[in-house]
Design a protein around this ligand. Structure first.
Ligand code: SIN
Ligand code: FE2
Length: 213
């Protein structure tokens, strides 16, 4: 069968001004990224946070980098420590940083300097409802989001929660970058469909790189 993309990966798909999908951009590093996730989770395990509204999140989370994102009864925040373990978040692996910086540059954002990496783990049925990433201080820096494992449908919307959304299938190794005029667009993940991924089993992982402070 004719493979239109053989030898061409990664390729880019525009979503909006300042936003694009870099297809398979992280594929070559996927196994190394997963090994790092395993190391991080051995130190600071994934767990399901409780939102200020009292709901247990279906996505399990951990972090690496100078700051980690979390939520609890008091709200949403970035902190240096994992309040579950009381210890600092593990440092951001050099591979994570170089990938995120290169992807941002590829998408037109040179000088990205992430200090936070949220690691999300989705099991079948897990979802992330439409939200804006707006807990960061410097909104001139983009968001870089790396997908690994089971495919998921990413919703990419407008600047109001009820604006129309695009639905984009994100697969193993895909990277989404949004910033500039798209930095505050609503986005989310529809409930994950069950499956078995050769490298990740029954899970999807997502790395979200941000400049928090
Ligand atoms: C997020 O919005 O924090 C994560 C998006 C994703 O899992 O792809
Ligand atoms: Fe987000």
């Amino acid at each position: 069968m004719l493979d239109l993309f053989s030898g061409e990966a990664p390729w880019s798909e525009p979503l909006a001004e300042g936003a694009q999908v870099l297809r398979r951009y992280a594929l070559a590093q996927a196994d190394a990224l997963l090994a790092e996730i395993e190391n991080i989770a051995a130190l600071n395990p994934f767990y399901h946070r409780i939102t200020p509204g009292g709901h247990r999140m279906s996505v399990a989370m951990t972090n690496c980098g100078d700051f980690g994102w979390s939520t609890n009864a008091r709200g949403y925040q970035y902190s240096r420590e994992d309040e579950e373990s009381g210890s600092r978040w593990p440092p951001m692996p050099a591979l994570f940083r170089s990938l995120a910086v290169a992807a941002a540059k590829e998408a037109g954002f040179s000088g990205f300097n992430p200090d936070a990496c949220l690691i999300n783990r989705y099991e079948p049925g897990a979802k992330l409802t439409l939200h804006q990433d707006k807990d960061e201080k410097d909104l001139r820096q983009p968001i870089v989001s790396v997908s690994l494992g089971l495919p998921a449908i990413f919703q990419f919307g407008g600047f109001e929660r009820d604006a129309a959304t695009q639905r984009i299938l994100l697969e193993h190794g895909d990277v989404v970058v949004w910033g500039g005029p798209s930095r505050l667009r609503y986005h989310g993940i529809l409930p994950l469909k069950a499956g078995i991924h050769p490298q990740c089993g029954a899970f999807r992982y997502n790395l979200t790189f941000r400049r928090a402070f």
